[in-house]
Design a protein around this ligand. Sequence first.
Ligand code: PMV
Length: 368
Amino acid sequence: MTETRVTARAPSNIALIKYMGKADPASNLPAHGSLSMTLDRLCSIAEIRVKNDGKSAVAISAAAPDINAARFGGTLSCPELSDSGRQKLLRHLERVRAFSEERFEAHGLKALKRASIESRCANTFPAGAGIASSASSFAAVTLAAVRAFAAEPDAFERAYAGSESFRADVSALSRQGSGSSCRSFDGPWVLWQNESASAVPGGLPEMSDLVLVVDAGHKKVSSSEAHLRVVESPLWRGRIDRASARLEQLRKALGDGDQHRVAWHSWMEAWEMHSLFHTCADPFTYWKPGTMEVLEWIAPFVRTARTHGEPGRSPAFETPPIVTMDAGPNVHVIVPSSEAADWKVRLGDRFPELTVLEDRQGKGAELL
Ligand code: PMV
């Protein structure tokens, strides 16, 4: 009996136009499109151990993948899975096996039959850093597992590198495990519409994400729960049209390399998503007092995005930061990498008590 190992790495991503609200909760089809920036070093590493044992068992190990994470600038930390998280991952590994049996042939690939797999996954960011790991971990596990089920690794790697339709299928597969994970396969700018996600052109310089960690505690309302609750907000009326129109505007601004407009649309979108949380039938908030402090302080910088170009209103800064928030209390400040060091000093001076995580734009999931 032989045992082989497949390792993959996938970064987290941060949405500028958010995925919030599902058209089909069972398969994570979104109510409307979303657009994100793929990160680089804030990532998950997944290792799949495959045994040709004539069985078809699926297991999850709490151990870390056997890899030196220093090359990705971090040490590995394994998130502890809840029972439901474990079940979700096991179901997903079964889904990947079914995908290999049902879809490989269409891409000229052969699936490995009757093999058992064990999955190990860890993050390069510490558990409780306030960074959601579901997107990066599902993307990494999907890529490693789907490759592990390929009977001919070289053919798989050729298809993955060369076939857009195969990559779209893999992204769609990952989406069924965790919605936003489908945006972690490409980069740096990724559009997710309907089934799968792929890269779109961006005219901005290389960008960095500075994450102000206001609170690293576990969130009380999961994003799955938030997806269900937002449709009960009166603000949900018209939301799909508004988000879709904003997505088009942001996509255009991004293509034009117009950071002012990208920053403005991103700011509006972040507030709108959180307003949905604040106004649904069973209202909740992810914000902490520190979140408001950061938002209040940073608003005038973002305002230059709106006043840019208006007669008589010269912006205080050349390029406004792109400010957004996930389903959490932390604030993402996305700026050109050439300005990241200055921004880090500015943020550190104003908020010395907060940790600032720094990452930059990346290219998406890869086999290691
Ligand atoms: O992929 P999920 O179900 O964890 O949803 C993620 C939703 C947000 O992070 C809040 C927004 C997004 O588009 O990433």
